[in-house]
Design a binder for this molecule. Sequence first.
Ligand SMILES: *Cc1c(COP(=O)(O)O)cnc(C)c1O
Length: 437
Amino acid sequence: MSTDLKRRSIPFSPPDMTEAEANEVRDAIVSGWITTGPRTKKLESIISEYVHTEKAICLNSATAAMEMVLHVLGVGPGDEVIIPAYTYTASASVVQHIGATIVMVDSQKGNVEMDYEQLLKVITERTKVIVPVDLAGICADVDKIKEIVTRPEILAKFRPANDIQKLMGRIIVSSDCAHSFGAVRHGKMAGEIADFSSFSFHAVKNFTTAEGGAMTWNLPFGNEKVERQQVYYGSPVPFIEGETWNEFIYRISQLFSLHGQNKDALAKTKLGAWEYDIIGPWYKCNMTDIMAAIGLVQFERYSEMLKKREGYVAIYNKAIDALNTCLDTEYQVAYLDHKSDNHCSSHHLYLVRLQGRTRKEANKVIENMAERGIATNVHYKPLPMMTAYKALGFDIANYPNAYHLFENEITLPLNTCMTMEDVEYVIENFIEIVKSL
Ligand SMILES: *Cc1c(COP(=O)(O)O)cnc(C)c1O
């Protein structure tokens, strides 16, 4: 064993925080304004500028953002939302929250993306939204989904329920971009590719505000004017003459996120402006300025962080290519395609599959890595294997490709607190352990 392999301790995804984040949070705390206010608004404009959308709304999680999309679209009981089986629960749970029906689609064979043949088969007259997941930070093929939902026979099935659905005139694509802040595909940023996109700024993600998230949207009619009063869950939303759809979506999302109250706390601080109305009995999922303070500093550091991740992934890829030359074809280690001429991921997670191996063998590798101080993870145990989704009637037998992706998957640590030596330590140990299988 070389000296480089002397035992280290490598956490899976610690938050990458510096004095700068701590100072900005301190400034927010002593500024006299700690909840949604100027720092949140600033972070929203930074995000929308970064992902090339007219607007962005910051919320307390990606889960809230994904649920918000469904509220804005007026999706509810009787409607169906299609999600992949191979994802995290939040992609699906929000569908349950609003009382719509979850429809799950298997993955492609050996590929984390949805099986588009199967997707085509499960679309019905009740389908309102399709949720692709940018797994590991790699943008899903939203163009393919848009092509599918604009086929004449699929368009003919669409039954729009509110004005936004009517203006779309087709099934809406709402991307789970929890992993993909900063990712690019065909020259477009995650956030501007799908109709709606939801980012996560949870502590384990690339870019974090401890807890947090953002919703962006890119709609063909976004700059057109809203022509009549909109009603949500029976509550008429005050009509504003000349308001565009982008402005309306921002306003309705703010209302949903703040009790349906027509004045936020900041507006109420104006002397004498105590009076407010409750437009609808809605939700509470706004971002605080303390959270936004972290995000403002993270953003300044983000391009460096992305570069570092990209470099580490290149090292992992190269080492695994070399490992594969020593392994029989049936046992080759597979990794995801994070970068090519037409895409660059956010390099969020480094998933590998020990092809030809069982879950038991993969778990053994996880244990051996842990003995050497290296934290790994599994992304994902497919939803139909989880108690909650089994209880809803989902059966993993119907999702064989998702099962096979999970069967021998291991996620190696990839984070910006790691040094080059840490990365080498991880990959050298991994290779040694895999070779010993
Ligand atoms: C983390 C994650 C979410 C949830 O993000 P929150 O901000 O914690 O709500 C959703 N989808 C995927 C794929 C995730 O990994």
